[in-house]
Design a protein around this ligand. Structure first.
Ligand SMILES: [Zn+2]
Length: 377
């Protein structure tokens, strides 16, 4: 579907209504129906805000990757608190959860406990629902292959099905690629893969301790070889796909409004990695000062688009109009105006029970992007 210049979109998640959260918690028999209603509400709110590329708000998901448990055999949903009993350095992990302001009971991780086998499409059904309920272009989000390879494999629980993390990787790539091809067939305008763990690799240093970042539990090799692996995996997933805009979203965490507990540092050290990725768009956060300056964007591959994070989803105040416009103009100078999309830095409700904004706040933030886009056009 043709898009206007400076298309406005969200990064994926939208705050769930209280009645949906309540129904999720109590596992109400009409949950499916309520999820449909919440999705319709999310679509309308985005449309009212002036969004050009609409998502389903991830209303059916507990978080941006845990939902895979319902789609694949071989996974078990475990809270951070459950996982404490299984990680090798229990005391270290517990201390980390406390210092990082992570709610150990509210964040759930899909953990491999058997061979992965699809029992339902990962998101294709949700994409069809979205396609049927908006006239606008649509974007669908999927967890990235590298993130999944780090978070799903927990040695003590996973080694019977997959003795090594490497063994899990081929299955993950095949599943995500099949899903991407299906989304392309459905006519999804953009598919975004979420890979927030990449920042942890460059900012957390060569530490052998586990870090929380999206439950990146699997032991890592050197950051260099992990980044190499991340490039290889995403390229295997998107290879040759041109019928939909493929994107990758990389941020520094979105679980707290306390800026000081989230990772900090510019994208510069990730640019050599991005430069080798065959995705069309890089969805990056720039509304937070922790992300450094826009100059790093020069280093993206030729022809790459930027999903410019121009509002911070974790604050209540709305960014000044002139600031959003000026930053978008700057990126247009660096990358060409046809390459600039406008979005928030991250989702508004990455973790269902712990949204970092409410629907009114999210709508106001997107409306500010839409107003900037009108001026820019
Ligand atoms: Zn994010």
């Amino acid at each position: 579907m043709p898009l206007p210049l400076f298309p406005v979109t969200s990064v994926g998640s939208w705050p769930r209504p209280d009645w949906l959260l309540d129904a999720m918690k109590r596992r109400r028999p009409n949950l499916r129906e309520l999820m449909d209603q919440a999705t319709l509400l999310s679509i309308r709110q985005q449309e009212d805000a002036g969004v050009d590329l609409v998502t389903d708000g991830e209303q059916r998901r507990d978080n941006f990757y845990s939902f895979l448990c319902e789609k694949l055999d071989g996974l078990q949903l475990m809270t951070m608190a459950d996982l404490l009993d299984h990680v090798e350095d229990k005391a270290g992990f517990e201390a980390l959860l406390q210092t990082l302001d992570v709610p150990a009971f509210a964040i759930r991780n899909p953990t491999v406990v058997g061979k992965l086998k699809a029992k339902a499409p990962l998101v294709a059904d949700d994409a069809r629902f979205l396609r049927a309920h908006t006239r606008r272009a649509i974007k669908v989000t999927l967890p990235g292959p590298y993130l999944l390879s780090r978070s799903m494999w927990v040695k003590r629980l996973s080694e019977r099905a997959y003795p090594t993390r490497a063994g899990l990787i081929d299955d993950l790539v095949a599943l995500l690629r099949a899903e991407l091809l299906e989304l392309e067939r459905i006519g999804v305008d953009m598919v975004q893969f979420d890979e927030p763990v990449l920042t942890e690799l460059v900012f957390a240093g060569k530490s052998s301790t586990r870090t929380f970042m999206c439950a990146a539990l699997a032991a890592q090799a050197s950051p260099e070889s992990e980044l190499e692996l991340a490039v290889e995996l995403i390229n295997r997933v998107v290879e040759g796909v041109t019928g939909t805009i493929t994107g990758i979203h990389v941020c520094r965490g979105n679980w707290s409004r306390k800026e000081e507990v989230l990772l900090a540092g510019s994208y510069d050290p990730l640019m050599p990695t991005f430069a080798r990725m065959k995705v069309k768009q890089f969805v990056l956060e720039y509304a937070t000062e922790r992300a450094g300056t826009l100059d790093a964007l020069r280093e993206l591959p030729p022809g790459a688009q930027v999903g410019l994070g121009a509002v911070n989803p974790r604050t209540s105040e709305i960014e000044p109009h002139e600031q959003i416009v000026a930053r978008a103009r700057r990126v247009a100078e660096l990358r060409g105006q046809a390459a600039v999309f406008l979005n928030p830095d991250c989702g508004f409700g990455t973790f269902a029970e712990r949204p970092i904004n409410d629907a009114a706040g999210a709508t106001a933030k997107l409306a500010a992007l839409a107003a900037a886009a009108r001026d820019l056009r």
